[in-house]
Each structure stands twice: as structure tokens, then as C-alpha cells.
Write a protein that binds this ligand. Structure first.
Ligand code: E4P
Length: 221
């Protein structure tokens, strides 16, 4: 069970990393576009100084040659950069070449069902990213998709690890892990939500008040 931070915003990544529960980072072109303006390579290099584990960087070219060229650039930035390739026919060819010929780790992304994940794994994917929120938005059972993919990994003895992304709430995080995801990548806003419970806050305050009152009475030193 691992948590990645799903962000290209260095302040968010820094805040998430300070909690001590994050072991990687995923970015995508939309997250990169919505983060603070600036040189994207520098931003990824900053993220690499804050996060100890893998950092996913996604290609945008839609041709095999273009994907391979972008991937070579991103992979050259740091050994911990994992290239994100979206699920499509050109992507499959790129995945196979990157993983099996160029030994570049690939996070296959934008996937909505276990058939796509199976194809990605047969092409050699290191990570398979299932978009839980978008799957659910369409009325499909994201938990079943994760569980099916986990079964495929076992039956095919694939090396791939499942990343559950597209998180909409803490329930998505919980259910994704229970369904068999190895990793959940979450936006920063869900981290405080994972921690907060009103009864916990009340209990902490109750204990502090009791102690403060005892101190005021001189009952405790
Ligand atoms: C993670 O790798 C995905 O790119 C991300 O979680 C997608 O989230 P969204 O469906 O909210 O855009």
C-alpha cells in the first residue's frame, strides 16, 4: 500500500511530502498546465528533490516516434522519472519498445477498464493507472476493475503495479486499496481529509482541557 501525490504544484508536493506518507508523484499535462507557470523540467527536478520515489511525467505526442522521443527526453532528466504513456494503439507500441528495448519504466495511463490494463501489462508496463473517478462517473464499478486487474497480474505473473488515480474522495482511496490497488495517487486536498475526524478533534480537546484544569488545580506538575 503506497500513496503518491497527484500534483505538479511544487508547494502541494512539498506539503504532502512533509507528512511522511508519500512515496511518489504523478503529474499529467492538465496538472502541469494548472500549476504555477514556469519551466516544466525545472518543476519536475524540484519535485524530485522533495519526493524520494518515482515521478511520472506524461507524453503528449500521439505518434509512436513522438512518444519515444518525448520519453527519451523525460527519462534523461533522472532515473526516478517514469514516463506516462496513454492507452492507445500507438501507446502500446511505444510501451513495448520503452520497457523491453530501452529499459525505460512506463506508467500506462488514462485507463478505464481491465482489458486496457491487460494489454498494457502484456506490453510490459511497470505501472497501470486506472482512473477510478472517471470510471465511476460513467457508472461502472471501479472496484471491480481494480480487482480484475489484480487477478490478471496474478494469472499473468506480470510485474505491473496498479495505481488507482482520479480520486474524488477519501472513500475512493479506501475502496481502491481494499480492491487491490498497490498505489493510490491522490490530490493534496484528500490528505487532510484522510486525517480529519470531528470526534478525534473533540477527544483531543477533551484530554487537553482535563490536563489544563488539573494543572491549574495543582494536581499535576
Ligand atoms: C493520475 O495519474 C491521473 O493523471 C489523475 O489522477 C487524473 O485525475 P482526473 O481524472 O481527476 O483528471
Amino acid at each position: 500500500m503506497e500513496l503518491f501525490i497527484d500534483s505538479a504544484d511544487i508547494d502541494e508536493v512539498r506539503k504532502a511530502a512533509s507528512l511522511g506518507v508519500i512515496t511518489g508523484c504523478t503529474t499529467n499535462p492538465k496538472l502541469a498546465a494548472s500549476a504555477e507557470p514556469g519551466d516544466f523540467r525545472k518543476r519536475v527536478e524540484e519535485i524530485l528533490t522533495v519526493v524520494d520515489g518515482p515521478v511520472s511525467v506524461e507524453v503528449v505526442d500521439e505518434t509512436v516516434a513522438g512518444m519515444l522521443s518525448e520519453s527519451a527526453e523525460y527519462a534523461s532528466w533522472d532515473p526516478r522519472v517514469v514516463v506516462k504513456i496513454p492507452m492507445c494503439l500507438a501507446g502500446l507500441e511505444a510501451i513495448h519498445k520503452l520497457e523491453n528495448e530501452r529499459h525505460v519504466r512506463v506508467n500506462v495511463t488514462c485507463m478505464m477498464n481491465s482489458n486496457q490494463a491487460a494489454m498494457a501489462m502484456m506490453a510490459g508496463a511497470t505501472y497501470v493507472s486506472l482512473f477510478v473517478g472517471r470510471i465511476t462517473d460513467m457508472g461502472y464499478d471501479a472496484d471491480a476493475t481494480i480487482a480484475e486487474t489484480a487477478q490478471f497480474i496474478e494469472r499473468g505473473a506480470f510485474k505491473a503495479r496498479i495505481i488507482a488515480g482520479s480520486m474524488r474522495g477519501v472513500g475512493d482511496i479506501q475502496r481502491s486499496f481494499l480492491a487491490g490497488a498497490h498505489i493510490v495517487t491522490t490530490p493534496y486536498k484528500l490528505l487532510p481529509a484522510m486525517v480529519h475526524h470531528p470526534r478525534t478533534v473533540e477527544t483531543i480537546q477533551e484530554f487537553k482541557s482535563a490536563w489544563d484544569e488539573a494543572r491549574q488545580r495543582g494536581d499535576v506538575g
